[in-house]
Structures are given as structure tokens and as C-alpha cells.
Design a protein around this ligand. Sequence first.
Ligand code: FAD
Length: 324
Amino acid sequence: MKLLAFAEQREGKFKKSAFEVVRAAKEIAERTGAELLTIVIGHKIDGSVNELGAFGATRVIIAEDERLRYYSTTAYSRIVSEIAQKEQVTVLFFPASQMGKDLAPRVAAKLSGGLAADCTALRIQNGEIIATRPVYAGKALIEVKVNSQVKIFTLRPNVFTAAAKSDATVKAERIPSNLTDIDFTAKVTGVKIAEGRPDVTEANVVVSGGRGMKGPEHFHLIEKLADALGGAVGASRAVVDAGWRPHDEQVGQTGKTVSPTLYIACGISGAIQHVAGMSSSKYIVAINKDKDAPIFQLADYGIVGDVFEILPSLTEEFIKTIAK
Ligand SMILES: Cc1cc2nc3c(=O)[nH]c(=O)nc-3n(C[C@H](O)[C@H](O)[C@H](O)COP(=O)(O)OP(=O)(O)OC[C@H]3O[C@@H](n4cnc5c(N)ncnc54)[C@H](O)[C@@H]3O)c2cc1C
């Protein structure tokens, strides 16, 4: 059996999900005795490829061309499918990122493969890969086995570990970039980098506000703390549903899954659907005036008190300490 991991990168820099996908695929390869192949597509990506060794990649195929700098549905799907066919790969792993969600189904169609999308766990049973995926907006989890000969899995970002696990040496192989007959009509013509705070899924620190913030006009307190720590602003669904914050800040089962080093939950009760999106954070700090709020069962540090008193002084202390 041969497995393929798609390592997503932008501008020569790997996304965290690339490490998650490579490591998860490596673990499946080890448990099944399969061979792992990793593919990287883009432009100017040479040097960074060695980073993948820490997550278990040994053989890495690089498809590099100036026209591959930005994601192209047609070109990327064609390159991945052709390599998979040539190498007789039967299992492919992608991140369930914006790019992976577009790419994986197209590759599945080209290879007549079955696809299990947005998986949150993978295990082996009788030599077969069993994937867990949430259904009905996260209300239930199902286990699926893909029966087709080619099997494709997209992995939900920030759920699988991205911790380094090996010191494997990467053997990089460049494939000839013969793109002459590839249709580039569907292509990204430019990218505008969003200014300001990082996205919740990428940030090292996330400061989230819930209904306890009492209204959108008080979120400047959350923003100030996030900015002091160079972090992102997150929100509970209650707050997003109320229109206080945009949907892309929602953390939880029907929002984004985050796993920062530090997660600060302010005026958030800790409902199971919220916890599902942030429980893998390394350190969790909760500020809540109700000492029995469920969030405290999960928190490493809990502050029982009023967010309107605690947030300003906490922010001031952080600013002073960081400035030292
Ligand atoms: C299918 C489904 C999917 C869902 N998906 C999500 C999801 O993705 N993300 C999500 O977050 N929720 C989700 N929910 C909703 C979830 O069940 C909760 O309703 C929601 O998380 C509650 O948000 P909250 O903690 O901000 O509000 P509340 O539960 O109302 O909690 C507010 C907290 O603020 C505290 N508080 C009040 N005033 C202060 C103050 N002055 N100082 C300090 N603390 C204060 C209160 O003690 C309370 O604990 C989902 C629900 C369903 C059914």
C-alpha cells in the first residue's frame, strides 16, 4: 500500500495543517506497513521542504513552477492525480482547509476514489482505515470506512497533532513542470493579505468573548488584550448569532477548531459545543463571574470575577510585563 500526504504551503511557508496531515499519514503508514509519499506544489519552496522530515516525511515530490505560486483548481488537481496514478497510490490525505476542500473532491473524481471529508480521528481496524467525522452540524459523530480502491481523507485542521516526531531526512524529488497542456483558466490572480489580527486557527494566542461581554460595544476589551498578546479574537456562537461578532471568529463545533498555546475565555460558559472547538489548547484561562460555570472544569487557570473589572487590569499587567 502507498499513501500520499498533500502538504499545503503558501509563499514557500508550510501551513500548520501540512504538518498535521504528514504526521497523521505517517502514523497510518507505520501502523499498516505502507510507504508514505508527500507532495508539495507551489513556487520557491525548496528550502522549507526539509521541515517535513520532523513529521515523518522521507520522500517528498515537489512540483514547482511560477504558475503554481497561487492555488489553481485545475493544475493542482491534475498534478496530484497524475502523481497518484504514476506512483500507484491508493490512500490520499489532504487538510480540510479552504484549499483541501476544493482540491480533494476533484482529485477523488479524477481517480474514481471515495472521499471521507473533515475527519477528526483515524484508526486502523483489521488493516482498514476507519475515519471519524462529525455529522448534523456536529451533533453526532460517525465512523466511516471508504470501500473504493482509492480512498481519500480530508483532516480537520487543528485536531490532529502537529508536534514533531522524528528526525527523518527528506529526499526531495522534483518533477518536471510540464504544464503546457494544463488549463489555467480557473486561477487565483492575486492575494490580498488581511491586515490586523491573525486568524483564530493560526494564532498562538486566542482571546474569546462570550455573552458575558454583554454587547458588541464591549469587545474592545477583548481586542485590547488580544493585541497586547499578538493574538486573535474569538467568539462563542451566542455572540456570533447575536450579530456582535463576525462568523469567522466563531470557535466551536459549528465554528472553527483552534489549538493555540494560550486560550482565554471571557464570559463564556463552556458549553460542550464551544469546548469541542478549543479543548486541545495548551493552556486555558477562563474568566467568569459564576464559579460553577462548566468552563472552569477545563481551565488550567480560572478567575472568578467580572470581566469588566478583570480584563482592563489583566491587559495592563500584560502590557507592562511584555514591555520589560
Ligand atoms: C448544534 C449546535 C452547535 C453549536 N455550535 C457552537 C459553536 O460552534 N460554538 C459555540 O460557542 N457554541 C455553539 N453552540 C451553542 C452552545 O450550546 C452555547 O449556547 C454557547 O456556546 C453559549 O455561548 P456563551 O458561553 O457565550 O453564552 P452563555 O452560555 O450565555 O454564557 C455566558 C457566560 O458569561 C458569564 N458572565 C455573564 N456576565 C459576566 C461578567 N460580567 N463577567 C464574567 N462572566 C460573566 C456567565 O456566568 C455565563 O457563564 C452550538 C449549539 C448547538 C445546538
